[in-house]
Write a protein that binds this ligand. Sequence first.
Ligand code: C2E
Ligand code: CA
Ligand code: CA
Length: 279
Amino acid sequence: VKENGKTGFQRYTAEMNDKVIQTLIMEEWLNRALEEQQFLLHYQPQIEVGKSRITGMEALLRWNHPNLGLIPPGDFIPLAEETGLIISIGEWVLRTACMQNMAWQQAGYAPVKVAVNISPIQFHQSSFVDIVLDALKESGLDPQYLELEITEGIAMYHVEQVIIKLQTLRNHGVQISIDDFGTGYSSLTYLKKFPIHKLKIAQEFVRDLTFDPDDAAIVQAIIAMAHSLKLGVIAEGVETQEQLEFLMDLQCKEIQGYIFSRPVPSHDLIKLLELLPSA
Ligand code: C2E
Ligand code: CA
Ligand code: CA
């Protein structure tokens, strides 16, 4: 028994060490990624289906590591949040997305919104509103062409502060949407309190929409609620024609998903901008 206990303990620490070392290495790499310009943004178009036009594009972060290649955000954003690095990374994302969108406009494409994902940690920092306004000023982008995607989790702390920040951004003309709507912790009263423009129906409800009656009911309820609260609504993760038709029947007119395009590098998005009319 004693021996088993001892081995168990040794194995535990060894695994723990591995994990700690891995995390330390990742953290060290992540620390250098910004200054070594290893981050880039891909963009995924958001389409108004009836009119076949692009209304916006979501900026999605990628980390191009010299040895590991392209790392998806799910693999490093949690660590960036734990270490606080998300604050400087998030600021880079905001500035880059605003500048890119302005560059498209200056190249003569009809203006569309760029949607930027905001981590709750980033949102809760006291200078957040100023950082957003600086990114707009620096790029010269009109605030109506910037949309911030926040999550319901933001409402877990400092609700009064959150409302003030959202109101200030809104007063400046910045658009706000709630990402992954329905998967978080927020109560419906926040929908009334929060000055937001749009709900994004989470991919997890869209996935089985056409054969899971529960998901269909949830999606239907979110769309109806958005309409009666006079909010915009967009479904993400739309992959099939069946899902698309189902959503259109429910009067959800804005769609994002592989059915139209995967997230693509900025030079590929230009081809889409040339193909489709925009808002
Ligand atoms: P999200 O904001 O919900 O972004 C949508 C994710 O779904 C993206 O994954 C996108 O590539 C993927 N997607 C889009 N259409 C489809 C589809 O039709 N089918 C399927 N199966 N997937 C689809 P991605 O790019 O790996 O991003 C994952 C998450 O990482 C994002 O989820 C977002 O929460 C976070 N993220 C991405 N960029 C940033 C960023 O700049 N800042 C912060 N804080 N988070 C980010
Ligand atoms: Ca998002
Ligand atoms: Ca989402």
